[in-house]
Design a binder for this molecule. Structure first.
Ligand code: UN1
Length: 507
């Protein structure tokens, strides 16, 4: 466990920090258990209301200074964070894998996403552009500019314990905002490690105390942020249930909420698909991160002519999966996050069976040597119907539903016929089908791919989805705009005061 020491994790860690100073908080002690071997890794002292108040006060005063730093100078700080993440990629990737349970490659991949968003944000720090418009009045100039918002509250989930925070904070920081991060209670050490990495950079550069707040705590700490009028933007990633609560609370005070919630992602496999690509994309999408990505492939919508062939190929591929210690690179699938997740997985299998689903690859909990944590489950496949309640529901586990279609219109209707709208894909070499899928009559999701699975989006695009996925967009493209306030400016350099809309007001 050398990686814990390298990342400054001790037996007992403070869980509240202003970025450069760790606070003494009086909250509960949160223990972190690894789903890999069931062992307790370390514990963290959570926030209480008093330490939360200190964090917000520090953040408020930090904002007054931070917003005056030129954006490219803030970008230089983020550039150095990217360098630090390159330095710590190995131990941080290992910690992600050990505390969360995803495969080591995926742990490293997650840190790589952080590095990538740092690079993106550095470039962005010189491109926070507004438009200029032509005024209808003579000798007037009209333009818009973007100003920092203030404090951004970030609520993140266990499944991407470090990357999702970085999408928000790196953009927030170059935009001139200050951040307070409430990570998942299930992965507190990943957050402590990130805070240490950032603190090193901030101290070296005299970044004001309070720019990077860490708020480890239970559900109530997320509620404090949602209710707090001093926090203009709350960005929350997690379940639809959590997002509805955050959205309602933030909305009631007319704050801004950026929600990235559940998905129920499907791949349509056409009879014109390249089946090698289709099977590989479906496999990685369904079993990667043990089915715990919000972009996980949960439904395959397969053309009836190739249905049996796809089923046979997938069954064969599943039989070759190795499940076990995610830090051992020969394994493809690690454990679920905890025993509650295992229960939800078993319940979903039961429900699917009771609705008439037929398992072609059986599920189950693994036992015996190497599986002592009780969190290792078998990825499974069921033949199902689109309208089953369980098929409409996002279960954060590796359960894949096979659905059959006849026409492309029917396939799109099945794809869209769920409450969620995050990611979607079609596997086809048929141009007409691909374009229909991408058209306004096609996928209703925030992400729609052709000949690529549903997971593993690049940071350069805007990430998020529609309907119960919450509508928010994070990371690339112009997602930065939600972290700033827009101001329209009109300047009169004439000797008159002409009024808009041709109005005359003569004395
Ligand atoms: C998530 O599961 O919340 O597209 C994020 C992907 C990753 C991000 C997933 N880049 O699968």
């Amino acid at each position: 466990m050398d990686f814990l020491k390298e990342l400054n994790i001790t037996d007992v860690n403070k869980g509240v920090s202003t970025g450069t100073a760790w606070l003494d908080a009086g909250g509960d002690v949160i223990e972190s258990f690894s789903p890999v071997d069931g062992k307790k890794i370390a514990s963290v002292i959570a926030a209480d209301r008093a330490s939360y108040e200190t964090l917000v006060t520090k953040a408020q005063s930090a904002f007054l200074e931070w917003r005056t730093w030129p954006a490219p100078k803030r970008g230089e700080i983020v550039r150095q964070i990217g360098e630090a993440l390159r330095k710590y990629k190995t131990p941080l990737g290992k910690l992600v894998s050990y505390e969360m349970g995803k495969s080591l490659q995926e742990g490293y991949g997650e840190v790589q996403e952080m590095i990538d968003i740092c690079d993106f944000a550095v470039g962005l720090s010189r491109q926070l552009h507004g438009l200029t418009m032509h005024s209808e009045r003579p000798a007037h100039r009209m333009y818009e500019q973007y100003h920092p918002l203030g404090i951004v509250g970030i609520i993140s989930a266990f499944n991407f314990p470090v990357a999702v925070w970085s999408w928000n904070s790196m953009l927030g920081w170059v935009c001139g905002d200050v951040c307070i991060w409430k990570p998942s209670e299930k992965t507190p050490l990943c957050a402590v490690a990130c805070q240490h990495i950032v603190a090193e950079v901030f101290e070296r550069n005299n970044v004001p105390e309070g720019v990077s707040g860490l708020l480890i705590g239970g559900r109530e700490s997320g509620e404090w942020m949602s209710q707090d009028g001093r926090i203009p933007l709350v960005s929350a990633t997690g379940s639809t249930r959590m997002g509805k609560a955050v959205g309602a609370t933030v909305g009631a005070r007319l704050g801004r909420a950026l929600l990235e919630l559940g998905g129920n992602n499907a791949i349509i496999i056409s009879k014109d698909a390249d089946l090698d690509i289709a099977i590989l994309g479906a496999l990685f999408g369904a079993v990667g991160t043990a089915g715990q990505r919000c972009t996980t492939t949960r439904r395959l919508i397969i053309h009836e002519d190739i249905y049996e062939d796809v089923k046979a190929k997938l069954t064969k591929a599943y039989s070759q999966l190795s499940i076990g210690d995610p830090l051992d690179q020969k394994n493809h699938v690690g454990p679920l996050i905890d025993k509650d997740a295992v229960r939800a997985y078993l319940d979903a299998i039961e429900q699917c069976k009771s609705e008439g689903g037929k398992f072609v690859v059986e599920g189950g909990v693994l036992e015996g040597a190497g599986y002592e944590s009780g969190c290792y489950v078998k990825p499974c496949i069921a033949e199902a119907q689109p309208a089953y309640k369980i098929v409409q529901h996002e279960t954060f586990a590796p359960i894949l539903y096979l659905l059959k279609y006849k026409t492309i219109e029917e396939a799109v209707a099945i794809q869209n016929g769920v409450p969620q709208g995050l990611s979607s894909a079609i596997m086809t070499l048929n141009l007409r089908e691909a374009e229909l899928f991408l058209s306004q009559q096609g996928s209703d999701c925030g992400i729609a791919n052709v000949n690529i699975g549903t997971s593993g989006a690049e940071i350069g695009g805007a990430f998020g989805g529609e309907k119960e996925t919450g509508g928010g967009r994070e990371s690339g493209s112009d997602a930065w705009k939600v972290y700033m306030r827009r101001q329209t400016n009109t300047i009169n350099y004439s000797t008159q005061l002409p009024l808009a809309q041709g109005i005359k007001f003569d004395l």
